[in-house]
Design a protein. Structure first.
Length: 251
């Protein structure tokens, strides 16, 4: 048995290890594998696995502490999509199944596979931040007994730390994407304005008419307006082509 001070030191080291992954462009797989490993090392657990949603809301297995846990998780996801882990994700609440044979009517396929791999107890904990559930941490035990309450609280804390990091990373990625889209739109606007000015300034037509001709040419040739504008600015022959084409009757 470890002393209280030793256990606290081990816990602190585990959270420092997890925090060490949370840098710019951190590796989500590395983070989840560390959490699964720490669950086994810190808790009286036989194995651990972590499921995460993809971009379409489907659960995917991203980390497991051993092959037995991986097979059970995969079976749960690929066959009937029923089991404590999936149920935990959809409910957003912890699910505990002690003595899995008693749960055969509820999750028949999962119980068979878990028993085949030697597991008798499963704790499924949500990876949840407020109303957003992004996955689940699943703890497997050979023993037919639940984890102590303190251990479950620790497991949830480990899951929460990973959840916060992943949600923040996704938010940053979305923000960066929006910034890139906005910058792209601004750049496109500048190019279009340049093309309008080039057409109107050298051909004695209004800016509005120049824009109409750019737009009509792009539509007729199934091109992006920005691409046509860029060609007009950089290639005089394309500018002449746009002007000539625009003289045809409008549809």
């Amino acid at each position: 048995m470890t002393t209280r001070a030793t256990r606290e030191a081990v816990l602190a080291a585990a959270f420092v290890d997890i925090a060490d992954t949370m840098v710019a462009d951190f590796d989500v797989l590395d983070l989840l594998h560390r959490v699964a490993r720490h669950c086994v090392n810190l808790l009286d657990a036989s194995a651990a696995g972590m499921l995460l949603t993809d971009g379409h809301g489907s659960l995917r297995l991203l980390a497991s502490s051993n092959e037995q846990a991986r097979l059970v998780e995969l079976f749960q996801l690929e066959n009937d999509q029923h089991g404590p882990c999936v149920e935990c994700f959809h409910r957003g609440e912890p699910v505990t199944a002690v003595g899995l044979s008693r749960w055969a009517d509820r999750w028949p396929g999962f119980v068979r596979e878990a028993a085949h791999q030697g597991f008798n107890t499963v704790h499924a904990l949500p990876m949840r931040l407020r109303d957003q559930v992004i996955g689940g941490l699943n703890i497997f035990r050979v023993e037919t007994a639940p984890l102590p309450a303190d251990d479950l609280m620790l497991a949830q804390a480990l899951a929460d730390s990973a959840t916060i990091a992943i949600v923040q990373q996704r938010a940053i990625a979305r923000t960066e994407m929006l910034v890139e889209q906005l910058q792209g739109a601004l750049n496109s606007r500048v190019i279009i304005e340049q093309a309008k000015g080039a057409l109107s300034g050298t051909n004695h037509i209004s800016v509005e008419e120049a824009f109409r001709r750019l737009r009509d040419y792009a539509r007729a040739h199934n091109l992006l307006l920005t691409d046509v504008a860029r060609a007009v600015v950089t290639d005089q022959s394309r500018a002449v082509e746009v002007l000539r084409f625009a003289g045809r009757p409008r549809s």
